[in-house]
Design a protein around this ligand. Structure first.
Ligand SMILES: NC(=O)c1ccc[n+]([C@@H]2O[C@H](COP(=O)([O-])OP(=O)(O)OC[C@H]3O[C@@H](n4cnc5c(N)ncnc54)[C@H](O)[C@@H]3O)[C@@H](O)[C@H]2O)c1
Length: 445
């Protein structure tokens, strides 16, 4: 079975789906690995490293014609999907509910396709869980960005020149990204408060040494599979009231709230942001799916009163080396589960393959993703949650599809939004070049 690893086409995306250290376990499963020229460059893997690992390297055009399985993190263009060999298979982190054109292209070439966004968040799938691995990177990056851009110490300092109190950090949404942001801000010495609309999050937040601000039972918003559910406006209003003082009293706020299949919930209003003290900072990791504040602009910083709101796009892409390493391990485990005796499985034998399958041998496997006549996506419901912090690799089905502001495949991606990595429109002191902690966009030029 021949697997082709594409170079990411999305503008500025530096991650790669499979890194050289994963090639031997694929080869051992009877998979012949071929990698598009330059695919690993953004994650610091040379073409030579892939050759040494036993893969072949060539331009996509040469590889696609006899590829059995094609993989990338972010969805390639419908045009490229149309170049797949009839009956081939595509595997990636994409939101089928928001990609009707891609589904049409896949059906037109009789392809099978899998979306890792639809992976059930069950223990048996943890080793394949790209949502969690990428959310971990996003949460870590969010806390570092807050620490670097706040312009104050996160830890308490006792010096001969006096004592500086620790920074107060509020983390909205305590899923995988939020818990990582809490843990990282704690490690940096800040006093941290976490908040979520799921009761179960309380224990996880407190286990990290942070305070948890919960909601009365009537205002919890528990959805399927451990995810949150959308809240009616009245419930959101009560939630805002419940957290307003905690938010207003914080030096930095990191937002990670997300709901599967929907735009990110807008929890922080302009009024709440205006109560923040001068110099306060909001790091919105859900910007790719619309953001958790009324003022968030993806890839930009917005000033309100004396506070600043950073709309962070593609946060997992901010650390392409480790984000790719984790992703590669996840997707390799998934790909090996697709192989039997060196060939693709003939039947979708288990819940994981069944849940993630979008098209199977040219037939739509999940009707909820049927492209509508109007060309719109079906905004298929729950299952898989990706927008929010892991947006740029996927998207809550139907949410703001920020996945592919791409350059034509194979050409040099150009600078996005006219912003240099690390530079931010309306840059404040402290913004650093490159994609260091000051960076708003996890992508590179
Ligand atoms: N069993 C497993 O192996 C496994 C692995 C990973 C995650 N999970 C579970 O999956 C669930 C989803 O995790 P995720 O990080 O992908 O979630 P996610 O990215 O969908 O959402 C992030 C967080 O935002 C919260 N949220 C939504 N609306 C909110 C609002 N208005 N205000 C505040 N918070 C809001 C959600 O409750 C969630 O905790 C969690 O319960 C997690 O524990 C399970």
């Amino acid at each position: 079975m021949k697997l082709v690893v594409l170079r990411e086409a999305a503008r500025g995306e530096r991650r790669v789906a499979v890194i050289p250290p994963s090639v031997p376990s694929l080869t051992a499963a009877g998979v012949e690995v071929a990698v598009e020229t330059g695919a690993g460059r953004g994650a610091l893997w040379s073409d030579h490293a892939y050759l040494e690992a036993g893969a072949t390297v060539a331009p996509a055009g040469e590889l696609l014609r006899d590829a059995d399985v094609v993989t990338s993190i972010r969805l390639p263009s419908p045009a490229l999907l149309g170049e797949l060999r009839p009956g081939a298979t595509y595997v990636g982190l994409w939101s089928p509910g928001a990609e009707p054109e891609a589904i049409r292209a896949l059906l037109a070439v009789g392809a099978s396709s899998f979306s890792l966004e639809l992976l059930p968040r069950i223990t048996r799938a943890q080793s394949m869980d790209v949502l969690s691995s990428q959310a971990t990177v996003a949460g870590y990056h969010g806390a570092l960005l807050a620490a670097a851009r706040l312009g104050r110490f996160f830890p308490m300092l006792m010096t001969a020149a006096g004592t500086i109190p620790p920074a107060k950090v509020f983390v909205l949404g305590a899923g995988v990204a939020g818990l990582q942001a809490i843990a990282t801000a704690r490690r940096l010495g800040a006093v941290v408060t976490g908040h979520d609309v799921r009761a179960a999050a309380g224990g996880e937040v407190e286990s990290l040494g942070a305070r948890f601000v919960g909601l009365p039972a009537a205002d919890l918003a528990e959805g399927e599979g451990g995810y949150a559910a959308a809240q009616p406006e009245e419930q959101l209003r009560r939630q805002r009231e419940a957290i307003a003082d905690s938010v207003a009293g914080s030096d930095a706020v990191i937002t990670t709230a997300a709901i599967p299949g929907r735009r990110a919930p807008v929890v922080l209003t302009e009024g709440m942001l205006a109560r923040l003290a001068p110099g306060s900072l909001v790091v919105d990791l859900a910007a790719d799916s619309g953001g958790n504040t009324e003022l968030t602009k993806p890839g930009e910083e917005v000033h309100v009163g004396g506070a600043t709101v950073l709309g962070v796009t593609n946060p997992p892409g901010s650390m392409p080396v480790h984000a790719s390493q984790l992703y590669s391990r996840n997707v390799t485990t998934f790909l090996v589960s697709l192989v039997r005796g060196g060939a693709l499985v003939e039947e979708l034998e288990d819940e994981i393959l069944e849940s993630t399958c979008v098209t199977w041998k040219g037939q739509l496997r999940q009707q909820r993703f049927a492209p509508t006549a109007g060309g719109e996506g079906s905004r298929g419901g729950a299952g898989g949650s990706t927008q929010g912090p892991t947006a740029a690799g996927g998207a809550h089905a139907g949410a703001v599809s920020a996945t592919r502001p791409e350059a034509a495949h194979g050409t040099e991606p150009e600078a996005a939004h006219g912003t240099e990595p690390g530079a931010v429109r309306g840059t404040e002191p402290g913004a650093t070049g490159g994609t260091g902690p000051g960076a708003l966009d996890g992508s590179d030029r």
